[in-house]
Design a protein around this ligand. Structure first.
Ligand SMILES: Nc1ncnc2c1ncn2[C@@H]1O[C@H](COP(=O)(O)OP(=O)(O)OP(=O)(O)O)[C@@H](O)[C@H]1O
Ligand SMILES: [Mg+2]
Length: 305
């Protein structure tokens, strides 16, 4: 695997605030690499340095073998950006928004027309070509951001929380399109607060929290290694933990108390559930382990607190 992006000791400070605290990662050509973390983790700050709109405070960051920097036009030419904020031009139509970007990349008029038609088909917005941005739903706007990011046929796409605020159907359409791009060989850098999104799209992820990377790996393997296969949640007051833990000591599970819940991480949750039913404990739940559990275990809080 050839790394397309490499970072070492990557740091970003805003005055005294350390938004990214000396992180290291490698993003391989052709993979989907995810930054999973809650609000304020430093995801946007990191990807803004990757697509060269925010200068690095210290450390090294290279993209396609070149040092990332705000004056690096060569890198901007090979990158497509789907920003977290919907920054479309409301005074222009769908088509015109794309034309402006084509001009920025010096794409000739005829070629731009052809690409725009193809891209609007790709994101299923052909019928909206002449519409004003205000006439679009949020899902349509997010799809238009994808089309806009593709106008320069980028090798690398940076998608910063591409489905925030969307309903499941709109989210699935975007996931399909991002997967399609990946299958065509495009490298994807994704940030997300949704563990499901990370599990659906990413080959590898880093778990980010307070400017640092806590863990890195293949989503399913991270879950398997850190948690196991299943989680049993028991909602009891903390003062009852001792009694319940004594009853369950024979089970090969690890456990953790977070907030109002006692979590058991097990290979087989069913046996534990049978015992809980025997003990007549209400408010119990057995479910597959997820990346949310990994985050909870690493930080003691949930992704959406
Ligand atoms: N331009 C800025 N000036 C000062 N502080 C900033 C700036 N941009 C981000 N920060 C701070 O840096 C930290 C990381 O913010 P960042 O936007 O990278 O987080 P994030 O992981 O993208 O969060 P979210 O999921 O909410 O988008 C936060 O504490 C934020 O307040
Ligand atoms: Mg962000």
């Amino acid at each position: 695997m050839i790394p397309l992006v490499t970072a070492a000791g990557l740091t970003k400070k805003y005055g005294d605030l350390v938004a990214v605290a000396g992180i290291a990662f490698e993003i391989h050509e052709g993979e989907c690499f995810g930054f999973l973390g809650p609000n304020g983790a430093g995801k946007t700050t990191t990807v803004r340095m990757i697509h060269c709109v925010s200068p690095v405070t210290s450390g090294t960051l290279t993209v396609g073998g070149l040092p990332a920097g705000i004056d690096n036009r060569a890198l901007k030419m090979m990158t497509g950006v789907i920003p977290q904020e919907i920054n479309l031009d409301n005074d222009l139509t769908v088509q015109e928004n794309l034309v402006v970007f084509a001009r920025f990349f010096d794409i000739g008029r005829k070629e731009a027309r052809a690409r725009i038609a193809e891209l609007l088909r790709f994101v299923e917005l052909e019928a909206k070509s002449g519409s004003k941005i205000s006439e679009l739903s949020t899902g349509m706007k997010r799809r238009l951001l994808i089309a806009r990011a593709l106008i320069n046929r980028p090798r690398l796409i940076v998608a910063d929380e591409p489905t925030t605020g969307l309903d499941p159907q709109a989210r699935h359409l975007i996931w399909q399109r991002l997967r399609q791009l990946k299958s065509q060989g495009t490298t994807l850098v994704l940030t997300t607060q949704y563990m499901e999104e990370a599990q659906q799209l990413c080959d590898r992820i880093v778990v980010m929290y307070q400017g640092k990377i806590l863990k890195e790996g293949i989503p399913a393997k991270l879950v398997e290694d850190e948690i196991g296969r299943e989680v049993v949640e028991i909602r009891i007051p903390p003062e009852e933990d001792g009694k319940v833990l004594a009853e369950l000591s024979a089970f090969p599970c690890t456990h953790e108390r977070v907030g109002d819940t006692l979590y058991f991480y097990c290979r087989d949750g069913h046996a534990l559930m049978r015992k809980l039913i025997e003990l007549d404990l209400p408010n119990t739940l057995n479910r597959p382990a997820t990346l949310e559990d990994v985050f909870l275990k690493l930080t003691g809080r949930s992704l959406h607190e």
